[in-house]
Design a protein around this ligand. Structure first.
Ligand SMILES: Nc1ncnc2c1ncn2[C@@H]1O[C@H](COP(=O)(O)OP(=O)(O)OP(=O)(O)O)[C@@H](O)[C@H]1O
Ligand SMILES: [Mg+2]
Length: 327
């Protein structure tokens, strides 16, 4: 197990290749955002269009933190896809490997958000057409790190080729990470996921996801089970921060309390902060604090990318995150 993420070869050009979902989010915010059926019209505080998709948010947040980032994803040949490509390019995310599918709509999410909690409706569209063959060999060979987001949305498309893709990446000196996010099917993986996890250097679930993937009753049991193969784990705990663990021990990072505006994408921004820290050579607990800082900051804006901090701000915020041994 390598101590830090990322190859050290002399000429890597892309720090981070992110693979996964790329779709606009329609964010509905207010104290009462529960729809009333029966053709009733209800007024809410705000509705906005934002960069969405866990992979796209992580890619954009990592680019804002100064990494060279490329996204591998699939969108439709429609205004929603054009919006995503334009927003990502504006933030210097390389989009040459985002496939544009004819006759398939761009995926779309509607998130009904009231501060700390939200309900999410997603039509996957082109998202679920992405396969391992969409990863250009040239991109893989120059990547320091390969991160996959939203495994469960891509379980039947990218999933079958993912273990081999991760294995090839690692053989070439590229480290790997996975954020499964929620499983809408409620099955929480099978042998295919086990094979992917065996090739994953760093797993990035939230607490509810970790318990389900590990089929464990407690967080400690889940961390123990999910690090047994020698991989690292960072578990996102919402306002309580995050816990990291590997074969050597565990640390808990606690951000200062704050009142969130919208928690959409906090986990994806956390991933960007943590990966940036590790790729810049920080030790795991320090990188965890950077992840918490970027995640917490994102809760102060609307959508996943409404408040993406740069590296200097992230470092300042990370100094206010308390890190202590745990477990
Ligand atoms: N209410 C909050 N107050 C302070 N920090 C928060 C809050 N919510 C999230 N964060 C920060 O963001 C990080 C990631 O958030 P969270 O635990 O919600 O991830 P997640 O469940 O994976 O989110 P996502 O819905 O984006 O997938 C946390 O570890 C924490 O640092
Ligand atoms: Mg998440």
């Amino acid at each position: 197990m390598r101590a830090r993420l990322g190859r050290r070869a002399a000429e890597p050009v892309t720090d981070l290749v992110v693979v996964g979902d790329c779709n606009p989010d329609v964010l509905v915010l207010g104290d009462d955002v529960t729809p009333a059926f029966g053709q009733e019209e209800k007024l809410v505080a705000s509705i906005s269009l934002a960069v969405g998709g866990s992979a796209a948010i992580t890619a954009l947040a990592a680019a804002r933190l100064g990494l060279q980032v490329a996204l591998v994803a699939a969108v439709g040949d429609d205004p929603a896809g054009q919006f995503m490509l334009a927003e990502l390019a504006r933030e210097s995310v390389e989009t040459a490997a985002v496939a544009v599918r004819a006759h398939c709509p761009t995926g779309m999410t509607v998130a009904l958000s009231r501060g700390n909690d939200r309900a999410i409706l997603t039509a996957t569209g082109a998202i679920a057409t992405l396969t391992a063959q969409d990863m250009p060999d040239t991109l893989l060979s120059r990547a320091r790190h390969l991160h996959v987001s939203s495994y469960f949305l891509l379980e039947r498309s990218l999933g079958p080729g993912l273990a081999a893709l991760f294995s090839a990446a690692r053989a070439a000196g590229t480290t790997t990470s996975l954020d499964t996010n929620w499983d809408p099917a409620g099955k929480w993986g099978d042998d295919q996921l086990a094979e992917v996890l065996a090739q994953t250097d760093l797993l990035l679930p939230n607490e509810a996801e970790a318990l389900r993937i590990a089929r464990a009753a407690t967080l400690q049991d889940a961390v123990g089970a999910l690090t047994r193969t020698g991989s690292k784990i960072a578990v996102k705990l919402g306002a309580r921060g995050a816990l990291c663990g590997d074969g050597l021990g565990q640390h808990l990072a606690t951000p200062p309390p704050l009142t969130p505006v919208d928690t959409t994408g906090a986990g994806d921004c956390f991933n960007a902060g943590l990966l940036t820290g590790l790729l810049r050579g920080l030790e795991f607990p320090e990188a965890l604090a950077l992840g918490c800082a970027v995640g917490s900051a994102s809760t102060q804006g609307v959508g996943g990318t409404g408040r993406c901090v740069d590296l200097a701000s992230a470092r300042d915020l990370a100094r206010q995150v308390t890190v202590r041994p745990a477990g």
